[in-house]
Design a protein around this ligand. Structure first.
Ligand code: ADP
Ligand code: MG
Length: 476
């Protein structure tokens, strides 16, 4: 790398509230164009915005999760600009007095860690959409998205490579889904990224002019767009050409960025406090509400799991992929105790079934309690692990409990020593050659005997017991 890259991200995170930020229109994706609109979203004269309390709670939850200060007296500003998808002529947004102030996100990059400071998180409304492909000779306007609550999260320019930028995005994406404040659906635009990129001589502390790359809507494209932009700027710098502060668009097909517009300065927007909205006045009751809705944070939960169960990092990643998986894990473990067993089952048979039926864990037809009851039957020796593997899909289909299916199918494992010994005796009598071989030192023969005894028991003898009893019996 000839130059050092300097990258700051702005993430737009749609909040999963029932209604919009300042109007009672539904906040849902995929309705017919303009169905989710009322007088407020259409900016009729005389309408007044009413702040959605839940959106503020979500923003505060997020702020606490990234160790930011939640500003109890945040207020809203009008950002004025003219665009067809913005009927009011201004967006209600925040600036320096945003609700989320500061905070840090630590990225684990393998060999090193990168600490990214957060500048602020603004609570603001989304704009509508121009629709270019609905009519042949004109552009349509769909205002369903107008007024949907967003957190605009602004990082400090603390990232130094495209990989770090993607790691930052992934970390925040995971966090908002884990907190349950956003579905993070990138195809539907619930989670969007603008990347600011500049370069400088290695060792230099100064910031150079930045280019803003707009709306790059996948992790892969963010990485590509930033790398391509770093290359473009490096070539210019090599030739001592100026790098303009501007907004550029990433073209994934052509693998290039190109000028969209020169970057506005803040004063172009004529920001001023929105006179229709009072400043926030977040009190104790509000923060209690936040605490109630805030789940145990992922890094603390990871530490707790690390201490309590012997789980490797991959297993921890799997269990902590979202809050519902972790809650499910907790509920199963609460009943059957063995974290490692539960983790193996969640990643194995349970994951396979979820995948096969295209379900999320909170939609699984087998509850945490039902799974725990099945695992308990392995633990107490009633059934073998293999029998349990066959039972789980049946529980999934039929909704029956493990115990009912075990009884109905006579799957109970035989643990009775006398019964097992009588099978062993039969096998030994029938296999004199193999006995001789074993006793002459062919240890491998043991497997043959175990197999024969299990066969005689129709798979129901407890293999552990069979093993032990066989060893004793065959000892000379
Ligand atoms: P704007 O309204 O112009 O988007 P913001 O304050 O919302 O301004 O966002 C600025 C973003 O640009 C932040 O993410 C910040 O980290 C980043 N940034 C600022 N200066 C530089 C720079 N020299 N190089 C790269 N990124 C920068
Ligand atoms: Mg910005």
């Amino acid at each position: 790398m000839r130059y050092e890259a300097v990258i700051g991200l702005e993430l737009h995170i749609q909040l999963d509230t029932n209604s919009k930020l300042f109007s009672s229109s539904p906040n849902t994706f995929g309705s017919e164009p303009n169905d989710n609109t009322n007088e407020l979203d259409l900016a009729y004269p005389g309408v007044l915005p009413v702040l959605n309390r839940q959106a503020v709670v979500y923003a505060a939850m997020f702020g606490q999760a990234i160790d930011a200060k939640v500003n109890p007296h945040a207020f809203f500003m009008r950002k004025n600009y003219f665009y067809p998808d913005l009927p009011k002529g201004y967006q209600i947004s925040q600036l320096d007095d945003a609700v989320i102030q500061g905070g840090t996100v630590v990225l684990d990059m393998g060999e090193y860690q990168r600490e990214v400071r957060i500048n602020r998180g603004q609570l603001e409304e989304d704009a509508g959409k121009s629709v270019h492909d609905a009519f042949s000779d004109r552009t349509g306007i769909d205002l369903n998205r107008a007024g949907v609550p967003l957190i605009e999260l602004v990082s400090e320019p603390d990232m130094r490579s495209a990989k770090e930028a993607v790691a930052f995005m992934r970390k925040i994406h995971h966090l908002v889904r884990y907190l349950g404040i956003s579905d993070g659906n990138m195809q539907e635009g619930s989670f969007r990224c603008d990347a600011n990129v500049s370069i400088r001589e290695p060792g230099s502390e100064a910031y150079n002019a930045r280019v803003e790359l707009k709306n790059i809507n996948s992790f892969r494209f963010v990485e590509q767009a930033i790398n391509i932009e770093i290359e473009r700027q490096s070539d210019l710098m090599d030739q001592s050409q100026p790098i303009d502060q501007e907004t550029r668009l990433f073209d994934a097909e052509k693998q290039e960025t190109r000028t969209m517009r020169s970057k506005e300065e803040a004063n172009d927007y004529r920001y001023f406090p929105d006179p229709d909205l009072l400043p926030l006045d977040l009190d104790e009751a509000f923060f209690e509400e936040v605490a109630e809705q805030l789940p145990e944070l992922p890094h603390l939960r990871r530490e707790r799991y690390r201490q309590a169960h012997e789980l490797d990092e991959d297993s921890l990643d799997y269990i902590l992929q979202d809050r519902y998986s972790a809650d499910f894990f907790d509920a199963v473990v609460a009943q059957c105790g063995d974290g490692k067993l539960v983790s193996n089952w969640l990643q194995g048979e349970f994951a396979r079934l979820l995948n096969e039926h295209q379900l999320d864990i909170d939609e699984a037809p087998v509850s945490a309690e039902a799974l725990a009851a099945l695992l308990q039957r392995i633990q107490d020796g009633t059934i073998s692990g293999n029998a349990a593997k066959k039972l789980l899909p049946q529980m999934w289909e039929s909704g029956e409990s493990a115990d009912v299916l075990i009884d109905a199918q006579g799957l109970k494992q035989v643990n009775d020593d006398q019964q097992i010994l009588s099978w062993i005796d039969e096998v030994i009598v029938e296999s004199p050659d193999q006995v001789a071989a074993y006793q002459n030192g062919q240890e491998k023969m043991l497997g043959y005997f175990v197999g024969q005894v299990l066969k005689r028991s129709k798979g129901q003898a407890n293999p552990k017991t069979v093993n032990q009893l066989l060893r004793d019996k065959l000892k000379q």
